[in-house]
Design a binder for this molecule. Structure first.
Ligand SMILES: *Cc1c(COP(=O)(O)O)cnc(C)c1O
Length: 354
């Protein structure tokens, strides 16, 4: 007998990437942005503090939704603030979506290898996770859209983590049309990609697109994300979220970050340039490395096992993410840091492989 529900007792619990205290690492393991956020964020948070924190925040984060709707107008002409729901990070949005669509005993479908949290969300809900392997070319075959009476939600990280690969929007539209349930396209990394799936939301009420300010806007510590969907769907999700799921500081900070597009574009361009350098130099070291549309690269070495490499790098002061998927395989996911950080990584790897 346990005190908690059976599915909770039986599950592992999500293990986030290490956030070490004490020793200073070159930290390339959780896809954080190496550059600081816009100074406008700190100014906006300071103004909120000065005004005082005794009042509850705006439960709908209206200020943020208005700015986001303006920003995405070009990608999705129909968008207005009521197409957007904000969350305490996009992980909160994923929880709200799961709780809205999925009952215990239902099925959630997602690809492998992908974001490990999806499995956790299914376990908490008492739902069954149906995992569909990516094809060798990182597309998704017919199994991903196969009928299943209990299927209630499909999740697709696009660009995907840990592979950094991307399914083109036209193909995602076909998957969504063929699926018998809603599809959440998790676009935590879309700001680093050439394309995105925002426009699909207008054509299909069953498509939801989630975004995060953690990576591309350098705000992992602030916690802010959002989901875009048709207003009648967003209205339902609104009933499920905590009333005050975003605090006054994060709403003000996230809005200021979105407003400073120059800062965003500059950091983005730097990361994309470093990404190409990192992938190229890893290949020179003999790694197999997939072209990435995100702020990390996924690689494996034909002659060196991934886990010992991860451990030796850690001992040398460089943290990368070792990922292993039961029944699939393993590899290293390396965040695109600053040029200096990437330089240290490559130098240590060069020594280890020599
Ligand atoms: C980082 C990440 C998230 C979560 O982002 P937060 O906004 O920090 O909660 C969601 N999905 C994927 C695939 C991620 O890598």
């Amino acid at each position: 007998m346990t005190l908690v529900r059976k599915n909770i007792a039986a599950m592992q619990g999500y293990v986030p990437g290490e956030q070490p205290r004490g020793r200073e690492y070159v930290k390339l393991n959780t896809n954080e942005n190496p550059y600081p956020c816009s100074p406008a964020v700190k100014a906006a948070i300071g103004r909120v503090c000065t005004a005082g924190l005794q009042r509850y925040p705006d439960p709908q984060a209206t200020e943020f939704r208005e700015r986001a709707a303006e920003l995405f107008q070009k990608r999705l002409p129909a968008i207005t603030p009521d197409w957007i729901l904000c969350g305490n990070g996009s992980d909160d949005v994923l929880t709200i979506v799961t709780r809205s669509f999925v009952d215990s005993g239902d099925v959630i479908r997602f690809p492998r290898p992908s974001y490990v949290l999806y499995e956790t969300l299914a376990s908490i809900q008492g739902a069954t996770a149906e995992v569909v392997d990516f094809e060798p070319d990182w597309s998704l075959g017919e199994r991903f859209t196969a009928p299943n009476d209990r299927l209630r939600l499909a999740l697709l990280a696009n660009p995907n983590s840990p592979s950094g690969t991307m399914i083109p929007p036209e193909a995602v539209a076909r998957l969504a049309a063929a699926l018998p349930c809603p599809l959440l396209v998790d676009e935590a990394y879309a700001d680093f990609a050439d394309r995105d799936c925002l426009s699909l939301v207008a054509d299909n009420e069953r498509v939801l697109v989630s975004r995060s300010l953690s990576k591309s806007y350098s705000l992992a510590g602030l916690r802010f994300g959002f989901v875009v969907g048709q207003p009648h769907v967003i209205e339902q999700l609104n009933k499920v979220k905590d009333s005050y799921n975003c605090d006054a500081l994060s709403i003000a900070g996230a809005t200021a970050a979105l407003d400073d597009q120059r800062h965003f574009q500059r950091n983005r361009a730097a990361i994309l340039a470093t990404r190409e350098r990192l992938a190229g130099d890893l290949r020179k070291l003999g790694f197999e490395c997939i072209d990435s549309q995100a702020n990390f690269v996924w690689c494996r070495h034909p002659r060196h096992a991934a886990r010992p490499l991860y451990e030796q790098l850690k001992a040398a002061g460089v943290l990368v993410r070792y990922m292993s998927y039961a029944g699939w395989g393993d590899g290293l996911r390396i965040t695109v840091g600053s040029d200096d950080q990437v330089g240290v990584l490559l130098e240590k790897l060069g020594t280890l492989l020599a």
